[in-house]
Write a protein that binds this ligand. Structure first.
Ligand SMILES: Nc1nc2c(c(=O)[nH]1)N[C@H]1C(S)=C(S)[C@@H](COP(=O)(O)OP(=O)(O)OC[C@H]3O[C@@H](n4cnc5c(N)ncnc54)[C@H](O)[C@@H]3O)O[C@H]1N2
Ligand code: MOO
Length: 394
């Protein structure tokens, strides 16, 4: 197994092939799901003024227990114009600015009204500042709200909007060409002659990348012909070329020779991983090439561990690799061999159980799985109740 590259080393070498893509300023809705290319700094303080957290009455706490004289109203976006003096109160609503002279909000459920007179109907606010959101409670102008390399999640898009940004700095979108290879493949739904098979890897990969900032170039199904593969690879104008199939050692596994004939420099081929051993990576002109194995489960696992991280890295992610989480094993596992194993598994009664058959051609076990149990090379046998690391996939 000396010729098989450990998974972590292969990931490091793949990411090292990636250039730094240019930064652009994308409108917030287009920036969502991408990664901040620079820190995002607050351009304003939130809230800018003390605001009421409840519907009720703005009062001075020193006037407790009342009564008060009502002098006006403050609503969100329509603040009270004047200032409250001792003994005065202002009707106020959630999100409205606290009128000058007041410091506390009496919620309306604890108050009684008689015309312009306001009285307590229970104990009232317990302390000065009750039900008031102080200026700067959320954040202050100049504070860093999002670090460079963090993903622009829905919450981070919202805070950027609140902080005064209409656009955010992100790496430009990534152009990715996907080619399935194999004479036996036909587009999904097409009639099949004996020995033919519906193409599924291209569709699966597109689905696996649906949440990433990529523009797909679909090269469709390429035949097992080195000259045709080479011509197709030469014509690529993309940041990443992904192929599936033809990566192994058979007479019809022509992706590597075709890439080399097209001028590609292969950085590595074959990784100590199951499934997915014949994975290859390299450069073809300006493009990074990733050759995934053809077995559907192998393509899925290597896309999870290599293709998605490569895209995240190009897109500016500080932490592009998928993160495992601990889980409790429900059934025993045998000792592992020399390759890291990513076993299709599912949660059952709060524990994870690996599928009985781990064949890399079987989409049914993959479709039933909600996680992959990660077994390090030479991991000893594991028993129910042991903690294992998993990658969530559904
Ligand atoms: N003598 C050896 N044989 C094999 C080795 C080896 O080391 N020595 N490695 C095995 C491993 S591990 C894998 S994984 C496979 C993958 O090889 P390839 O990348 O060359 O894959 P293909 O032979 O082209 O296809 C494998 C299998 O998957 C089906 N397939 C391919 N593409 C698609 C697609 N786009 N959609 C659906 N199904 C696809 C294809 O029909 C084959 O059944 O090699 C082992 N062999
Ligand atoms: O390692 Mo290959 O990916 O199963 O069968």
């Amino acid at each position: 197994m000396a010729d098989l590259l450990p998974v972590a080393e292969a990931q490091t070498r793949l990411l090292a092939l990636a250039p730094a893509l240019p930064v652009e300023h994308a409108p917030l809705r287009e920036a969502a799901g991408r990664w901040a290319a620079e820190p995002v700094i607050a351009r304003r303080t939130q809230p800018e003024l003390p605001l009421s957290a409840m519907d009720g009455y703005a009062i001075r706490f020193a006037d407790m227990p009342g009564p008060w004289q009502m002098i006006g109203e403050s609503a969100a976006g329509r603040p009270f114009a004047g200032e409250a003096a001792a003994g005065q109160a202002v009707r106020i609503f959630t999100g409205a600015a606290l009128p000058p002279g007041t410091d506390t909000v009496l919620v309306q459920e604890e108050a009684a009204r008689d015309g312009a007179a306001l009285m307590l109907d229970s104990e009232g606010p317990a302390f000065l500042g009750r039900n008031v959101r102080e200026a700067g409670l959320d954040f202050r102008e100049g504070e860093t709200l999002i670090e460079a390399g963090q993903r622009l999640t829905p919450a981070r898009i919202a805070i950027a909007a609140t902080a005064g940004h209409a656009t955010l700095p992100v790496r430009r979108r990534i152009r990715i060409a996907i080619a399935a290879t194999g004479d036996e493949l036909r587009a999904p739904g097409e009639p099949l002659a004996p020995g033919q098979l519906p193409e599924s890897n291209g569709t699966m990969l597109a689905a696996q990348l649906a949440d990433l900032p990529v523009d797909l170039i679909d090269l469709g199904i390429l035949p097992d012909r080195q000259d045709i593969l080479e011509a197709a690879f030469r014509a690529i104008r993309a940041d990443i070329l992904v192929t599936t199939g033809g990566a192994s050692v058979g007479d019809h596994d022509l992706v590597r020779p075709a890439l080399q004939a097209a001028g590609a420099a292969i950085d590595f081929w074959k990784v100590a991983i199951r499934p997915g051993k014949p994975l290859m990576a390299g450069r073809l002109g300006d493009a990074i090439v990733l050759g995934l194995p053809g077995n559907p489960v192998s393509a899925f696992v290597t896309a999870t561990l290599f293709l998605r991280p490569l895209i995240a890295h190009l897109a500016g992610a500080a932490e592009p690799l998928p993160r495992t989480v601990p889980a409790i094993l429900g059934e025993p596992l045998p000792a592992n061999g020399p390759r890291a194993d990513y076993m299709r598994a599912a949660h059952r009664d709060g524990r994870v159980v690996a599928a009985a058959i781990q064949d890399s051609s079987m989409l049914r076990t993959l479709a039933r799985a909600d996680c992959l149990i990660v077994r390090q090379p030479h991991a000893p046998a594991a028993q129910p109740g042991n903690t294992v690391e998993i990658l969530q996939i559904a």
